[in-house]
Write a protein that binds this ligand. Structure first.
Ligand code: HMG
Ligand code: MG
Length: 298
């Protein structure tokens, strides 16, 4: 077993973390949050999403947020988009990296994007065609890879086939999303074994929601399979409004603490991150959903 010596953390707090908040978070606070995250040593911060404001009102200010943040040199600020309209809106404000999303679950595809899996791939193909002409990097998420709230268990082979399609279409990285946090370590290991038969493991990432408290164990299993890109959200923020039962992402503080303890580099200043986790939690009127944050900031 060889563990990676370096891991890239993709901080999804400003996007996945905030999209599920019911009370509108003022735009200046979102900008302040991202600017603070930019000072922690993170190299990738998913800033917002250009989805339909009718579907996710919380992120209706995507353009203002993206324009308002300080783009720190060396930090990448991808955004989530569901269709060509999202890409066009992003382009007007200088977006230069996007993430698209799909799922092997027909029912979740309908709930989350109001279209079939096949239609979602067609939309993504349109996005990729335009994005490529602008030299934009495209990442892809696959949701419900370890279980779906509407269809139950998901066959790893089905996930692998869709991941392979997206990779061949030109997505540089496929992030495997356990949207409702039902996965366990051996299932995670098996999933990565099956998917990495199609896609080199250095083009795969993992994205765990911690609904059942399995995220760190699953991340460890993923690391043993060679995964070196991990999505997480500071203070354990997050959830998908269209996945019943989905709660927060694994907390970035907890992931960084675990990696540091294993001698794996992330470039992140844990103490600085803890302070940002405290800050956003206070603003949202709650304690961080991060055991490391609670323990170290006591
Ligand atoms: P629809 O209603 O079928 O689309 O939604 P439509 O084309 O009929 O558009 C409806 C309205 O939205 C129209 O406005 C469009 O112009 C507008 P109207 O004419 O009625 O005034 N519209 C847009 N506006 C701004 N930006 C856009 C855009 N697109 C349409 N991009 C659609 C289809 C895909 C748009 C919708 O279903 C949608 O936005 N879904 C996104 C839902 C979402 O954001 N879910 C959470 C993110 S995914 C996630 O969290 C999982 C992940 O974290 C990984 C994991 O955990 O597994 C990534
Ligand atoms: Mg998510």
């Amino acid at each position: 077993m060889t563990l990676p010596s370096n891991v890239t953390i993709i901080e999804v707090g400003p996007r996945d973390g905030l999209q599920n908040e019911s009370k509108f978070i003022p735009t200046p606070l979102k900008i302040d949050f991202i600017n603070r995250l930019s000072e922690t040593g993170l190299s990738v911060i998913e800033a917002t999403s250009f989805v339909s404001p009718k579907w996710v009102p919380q992120l209706a200010d995507a353009a203002e947020v993206f324009q308002g943040i300080n783009k720190k040199p060396g930090v990448r600020y991808p955004v989530l988009i569901p269709n060509i309209k999202g890409l066009e809106k992003g382009l007007t404000v200088g977006v230069n990296e996007v993430a698209v999303f799909a799922t092997p679950s027909e029912k979740f595809s309908q709930k989350n994007t109001n279209c079939s899996v096949k239609e979602s791939i067609e939309r993504i193909a349109e996005v990729i065609a335009v994005a490529k002409t602008h030299g934009i990097r495209i990442r892809a998420y696959l949701s419900c890879v370890l279980g779906c709230p509407y269809e139950g268990e998901m066959a790893p082979e089905k996930v692998a086939a869709l991941a392979d399609t997206l990779f061949k279409m030109g997505c540089y990285e496929i992030s495997l999303g356990d949207t409702i946090g039902v996965g366990t370590p051996l299932k995670t290991k098996r999933l990565i074994e099956v998917v990495s038969a199609f896609i080199p493991v250095n083009h795969l990432a993992v994205h765990f929601h911690d609904t059942y408290g399995q995220a760190l164990a699953n991340i460890y299993a993923a690391l043993t399979q060679g995964i070196a890109s991990i999505d997480s959200a500071v203070a354990g923020l997050g959830g998908c409004p269209y996945a019943k039962g989905a709660t927060g992402n694994v907390a970035t503080e907890d992931v960084v603490y675990m990696l540091q303890g294993m001698g794996i580099e992330t470039g992140i200043d844990l103490r600085a991150l803890l302070i940002v986790g405290q800050f956003i939690s206070q603003q949202l009127g709650r304690k961080p959903y991060s055991k490391v944050n609670l323990a170290m900031m006591r």
